[in-house]
Design a binder for this molecule. Structure first.
Ligand code: GRG
Ligand code: ZN
Length: 321
């Protein structure tokens, strides 16, 4: 990455991003907070993971986070986006990921949480997001990632789950949200991630998928999510993590992507936006920092492309008893 360190290149303003994340948490009356209230659990996961990648998780009160998190658990075992809301598989994964960051998985009634997730599997192997039944390969990934962290994959039919994901594969090598749906980088991350976690990557046509994914890089260096769309920092996560999982990351220009991400920073107040000059938000701050982690940017911890958690956390949770 020698060209990334040329003199005119802006640097990662890590301390400002840390301050931005800590402030975003405090500003409960802000417009962003009101709009995001129902998905606070997901926002907390993005913010806390970013802090951990920057080695600053110690700046938040673990006790405060965990006591709030536990108020979001529903009697079914699933977690809601905030206190008093309905449970959903996405917030359940976020809650489990946050507890993983703090090495506190064991405070959970693991049997109850894993049963909530397992009950969302359908006869054809697919997963619904909650009791209302929407089906999407996002939920297949979420279920598999969550149950893998909880070491409860045996509670679902993994073979059928994999078969359903493979039925969402397209001729271009990509994956969609349901069988026959158009390939999209976000869904590709979900399908490739779920296949990686279950040891099923042999179902992926790595060359055609790698080709489709590397075509997402535009002239300015940023990546888009499908043909004809604008580049967006979040695809530095969805596309790059997928390329890494299929060993094709060397097919894109990494230095140009680093520059695109760094150009999306608010150098004064911290935070990262979707593209240069747009307003920053907590999601794109995570995607930018996580993207830089995948690009081996100095000073950022290494993130696992399948679990979306720092590698040291994954090693602690998954690879120890
Ligand atoms: C733990 C990393 C992690 C994820 C949890 C929620 C989830 C599982 C995955 C979501 C995957 C997904 C579908 C991401 C895409 C989000 C997105 C930017 C959608 C908008 O796509 P388009 O194509 O619009 O409608 P753009 O903005 O690309 O022009
Ligand atoms: Zn985006």
């Amino acid at each position: 990455m020698s060209s990334t360190s040329s003199s005119q290149m802006v640097q990662l303003v890590a301390d400002k991003h840390v301050r931005y994340i800590l402030m975003a948490e405090k500003k409960k009356e802000s417009f962003e907070s009101v709009v995001m209230d129902h998905l606070r659990m997901n926002g907390a996961y993005w913010g806390l993971t970013t802090l951990d990648l920057l080695d600053k998780l110690g700046c938040v009160s673990e006790e405060e986070v965990i006591s709030w998190l536990m108020t979001c658990q529903h009697e079914s075992g699933g977690f809601a986006g905030n206190t008093g809301h309905d449970p959903h598989i996405l917030y359940t994964l976020s809650a489990v990921q946050i507890l993983a960051l703090f090495d506190k998985i064991n405070i959970l009634d693991i049997g109850k949480v894993s049963s909530y997730v397992a009950k969302l599997q359908n006869e054809d192997g697919s997963f619904s997001g909650d009791m209302w039944g929407e089906i999407d390969t996002r939920f297949s990934y979420i279920a598999i990632c969550c149950l893998s962290i909880l070491k409860c994959l045996d509670k679902i039919n993994v073979e059928k789950a994999v078969k359903y994901i493979v039925s969402c594969k397209n001729l271009d090598g990509g994956f969609g949200c349901t069988p026959g749906a158009e390939s999209h980088a976000g869904q590709i991350f979900c399908c490739v991630g779920a296949l990686a976690i279950t040891g099923s990557l042999h179902h992926v046509d790595k060359d055609s998928l790698g080709w489709w994914l590397c075509e997402r890089q535009l002239k300015a260096g940023g990546l888009n999510g499908r043909p004809e769309k604008l580049a967006d920092v979040c695809y530095s996560w969805w596309v790059l993590s997928s390329l890494i999982m299929i060993d094709r990351v060397h097919w894109i220009d990494k230095a140009k992507l680093v520059k695109f991400i760094l150009d999306c920073q608010d150098l004064d107040n911290g935070g990262i936006s979707d593209r240069p000059e747009d307003a920053v938000d907590i999601f794109h701050t995570y995607f930018g920092v996580a993207g830089l982690s995948l690009l081996e940017y100095p000073g950022v911890k290494v993130i696992d492309p399948a679990y979306a958690l720092p590698v040291d956390v994954v090693n602690r949770i998954i690879f120890t008893k």
